[in-house]
Design a protein around this ligand. Structure first.
Ligand SMILES: CC(C)(COP(=O)(O)OP(=O)(O)OC[C@H]1O[C@@H](n2cnc3c(N)ncnc32)[C@H](O)[C@@H]1OP(=O)(O)O)[C@@H](O)C(=O)NCCC(=O)NCCS
Length: 211
């Protein structure tokens, strides 16, 4: 509670009453939209069993892929922010919070091509996210984005499987995501990584036993 009050007073100081109202309203609207989308089946919950072996799917072109560092934020601001419009504005707000130094426990991978960040994907460990309750050994797939110049190079499936391996090593049990029903790229990429609709029969057929 004191964290929320601290955040609200900082926002009031930095942005004024109107800015604070706008921020609070956009948060409420985002939560309401997520809940409605889930209830209406516009987005569906998928999960992956981290007890199964995971093979890291390589990218189709060699490039630098690594965990997000603080010094990457200006690069993201310059090259990615202009593309984060509509529903993707919520991703921009997460990066803006990181810029302000607000640690919300998110963990992100980025891919860099010709010095520019062209992809990010982000996870969070929290008791609840987007209306979905999570256990301490579960991790939620917050978002992924690939610059149009780098789409189809296998970046989402690479960073997804890479982070799943990391989570396995940390002893996490389950990864959960919500996917918009009209997002074939996310269905394909997460499907290749081993995600499927919640409650489906489990199988390790997508994986290799070599990992
Ligand atoms: C969805 C999105 C993240 C996919 O990124 P990407 O890096 O191009 O994905 P990948 O290259 O890892 O694709 C994985 C698989 O999906 C396929 N795929 C990607 N986009 C596709 C599309 N629009 N339609 C059909 N298949 C698609 C790829 O061909 C690949 O399959 P294959 O290796 O079996 O051929 C990207 O299109 C994007 O940023 N969209 C806007 C933001 C968004 O919707 N984010 C997700 C919500 S948080």
């Amino acid at each position: 509670m004191s964290r929320i009050i601290g955040k609200l007073s900082r926002l009031l100081r930095e942005r004024g009453p109107l800015g604070l109202l706008r921020q609070v309203w956009s948060g409420i609207a985002w939560r309401a939209r997520e809940q409605w989308n889930l209830r209406a089946g516009v987005v569906q919950i998928v999960d992956a069993d981290l007890a199964l072996p995971v093979e890291v799917i390589p990218t189709k072109k060699p490039m630098e892929v690594r965990l997000l560092r603080r010094e990457d934020l200006p690069n993201i601001r310059e090259h990615i922010y202009p593309l984060l419009t509509g529903p993707l504005e919520s991703d921009r707000r997460i990066f803006e919070a990181m810029e302000r130094g607000e640690d919300r426990n998110e963990e992100a991978y980025v891919a860099i091509m010709d010095g520019k960040i062209v992809h990010y994907m982000m996870w969070v460990q929290a008791p609840k996210y987007a209306g979905i309750k999570l256990a301490p050994d579960e991790v939620f797939y917050v978002c992924a984005f690939t610059h149009p110049d780098a789409r189809g190079l296998g970046l989402v499936q690479h960073t997804t499987t890479r982070s799943m391996k990391l989570f396995q090593e940390r002893g996490l049990r389950r990864a959960v995501a919500t996917i918009h029903r009209d997002n074939p790229g996310m269905w394909k990429a997460t499907g290749n990584a081993g995600f499927g609709p919640v409650g489906r029969p489990r199988s390790a057929s997508h994986t290799s036993s070599s990992s």
